[in-house]
Design a binder for this molecule. Structure first.
Ligand code: ATP
Ligand code: MG
Length: 361
């Protein structure tokens, strides 16, 4: 869908290129993240894709057409763009901001209004905000408007330059989550810029890591980058905790869970001891039917299991939880396991060995 072939940009008066011999092939529906330190040429690369900046040499193809030979206005019709710092028009209302491109394309009013109403809900904004001005919105809300505006004419390609840059980590996490959900529905071809490696690992199908001077250090999946950084620069850039970051990419549902030492609360003490012996633990978990009640120490087993007060596992995971979250669950409970529950039903458990084994591979 997007192809950069040996693209170089040298700005007038600069002795070093801002982007140097960059080649990238991006498939339709793929989510590619450009990441790298400040000044490494991320914004310049995006702006070359939609012809705000002309490359000094090399070729850029968008949907089979040479970008350099397509009139800029025509090219941009198929490309939604969120510029760095959002860049909403301050004197236009939220509705007018979102409707900018459809209006330029000459859509009739009812169609524009319908599109705005649809988008505002999709990006999680209250339709009551449509009449306000950008300065009357929070940073996170403005970023949602930026995304809505880029999506307005339903372009197949989206270029997003640090779209969630100016918000706190919690809002940022929410925006990432919502955008991923939206992308699942829309399947746009996305080029997303960030300087936050964790955001890149979370969002990207593939990540292009750029060094200063616009030099491509590695272009690969998050998993491959974490398991095999191509250079010292990449290893430094992804930082410590590589193992933890890899665990953050896998879900609990992708590994084999064990049943664990688990018995129904109506069982007798002997059955509970057998379960402990089978798994070599000093504790046993109690179930009421499919529902997990908690766990008890073997030494407290006496009389009826129903008379015991089970300890909580504290963190219950579901199949969508990451292995990183599972590791957290393991260290949060004295039983040293993470339990998995789906819709209230006990599914199984996993311990440190299983989690560590997933990073070994
Ligand atoms: N219009 C311009 N004229 C001259 N130099 C420019 C121009 N735009 C960018 N540059 C230079 O090109 C290099 C790359 O800039 P660019 O904006 O692409 O970086 P970036 O990776 O987006 O950085 P950041 O993470 O800070 O946004 C920088 O050294 C910058 O100073
Ligand atoms: Mg930039």
């Amino acid at each position: 869908m997007i192809s950069l072939v040996d693209v170089t940009k040298v700005f007038p008066g600069m002795d070093h290129p801002a982007v140097d011999g960059l080649s990238l092939d991006i498939a339709a529906g793929e989510f590619v993240v450009l990441v790298g330190p400040s000044g490494c040429g991320k914004t310049t690369t995006l702006k070359m894709i939609n012809r705000i900046i002309e490359p000094s040499s090399g070729e850029i193809w968008v949907d089979g057409v040479a970008a350099t030979e397509t009139p800029a206005f025509e090219l941009r019709r198929g490309i939604g763009y969120v510029i760095q710092q959002i860049g909403l028009f301050p004197h236009r209302t939220i509705a007018e901001n979102i409707g900018t491109v459809p209006e330029l394309l000459g859509w009739d009013r009812p169609r524009i209004a319908e599109r705005i109403e649809d988008l505002v809900v999709r990006v999680g904004l209250d339709p009551a905000m449509l009449g306000r001005y950008p300065s009357e919105l929070s940073g996170g809300q403005q970023q949602r408007v930026g995304v809505a505006r880029a999506l307005a004419a339903d372009p197949p390609v989206l270029l997003l330059d640090e779209p969630f840059g100016a918000v706190d980590p919690i809002v940022r996490f929410q925006l990432q989550e919502e955008f991923l959900r939206l992308q699942e529905e829309l399947s746009k071809t996305v080029v997303f810029v960030t300087h936050d490696i964790d955001e890149a690992l979370r969002m990207g199908d593939r990540i292009a890591i750029l060094n200063v001077g616009g030099i491509l250090e590695q272009f690969d999946t998050p998993e491959n980058i974490l398991s095999g950084p191509a250079s010292e620069f990449v290893a430094d850039f992804i930082g410590g905790e590589r193992g933890l970051k890899r665990l953050g990419l896998r879900t609990v549902g992708s590994v084999d869970l064990t049943r664990g030492p688990v018995v129904d609360v109506r069982s007798d003490v002997e059955t509970a001891r057998d379960a402990m012996a089978q798994y070599g633990t000093e504790w046993v978990a109690l179930l009421d039917g499919d529902r997990l009640l908690g766990w008890v120490w073997g030494e407290d087993l006496d009389g009826q299991l129903t008379d015991l007060e089970p300890h909580s596992f504290w963190v219950e995971l579901d199949p969508e939880s990451t292995l990183r979250k599972a590791l957290n669950a393991v260290v949060m409970t004295r039983s040293r396991v993470a339990v998995v529950v789906e819709d209230g039903i006990y599914r199984g458990m996993l311990g440190l060995e299983t989690i560590a084994g997933e990073v070994d591979q």
